[in-house]
Design a protein around this ligand. Structure first.
Ligand code: HEC
Length: 105
């Protein structure tokens, strides 16, 4: 497992497909009422340790992960912070967040 992790972390990041040209951050991302704003943890180069990059990630993937956190299909977090956030997001907020991050370089 260490060899595989080292191999994949060594590969360069591929540019995402950007279905929308650089969308403005929706309020769920910039000023989240549920918790701290998504961007306070999911930033770019200064992202918190252990917090995945979302910029350029596929909208389908981000949406699927948020739905899985919300419904308990994804339970790998020790602190359950994403599960607690996603459970309180509306379907529209999940869509907005997914489209926003997919539009980022
Ligand atoms: C307090 C810090 C924090 C905040 C605020 C936060 N996240 Fe997260 N997020 C995390 C961490 C840590 C993980 C990694 C969880 C894991 O897999 O252990 C994560 C994982 C994710 C993932 C899965 C990424 C992947 O590669 O599988 C998505 C999608 C996500 N967050 C979206 C959001 C959105 C959208 C918001 C705002 C509504 C948000 N997060 C707010 C810390 C945060």
């Amino acid at each position: 497992m260490l060899d595989i992790a080292a191999y994949y972390s060594y590969l360069p990041r591929q540019p995402g497909s950007h279905p929308d040209p650089a969308l403005a951050a929706p309020s769920i991302v910039a000023r989240c009422a549920i918790s701290r704003a998504c961007a306070s943890c999911h930033a770019t180069s200064d992202a918190k340790l252990g917090t995945p990059w979302l910029d350029g990630q596929s909208a389908v993937y981000v949406k699927a992960q948020l739905q899985a956190f919300a419904t308990g299909g994804r339970r790998n977090e020790i602190s359950e912070q994403m599960m607690n956030i996603a459970r309180q997001m509306t379907a529209a907020e999940i869509d907005e967040g997914a489209r926003y991050y997919a539009s980022r370089p």
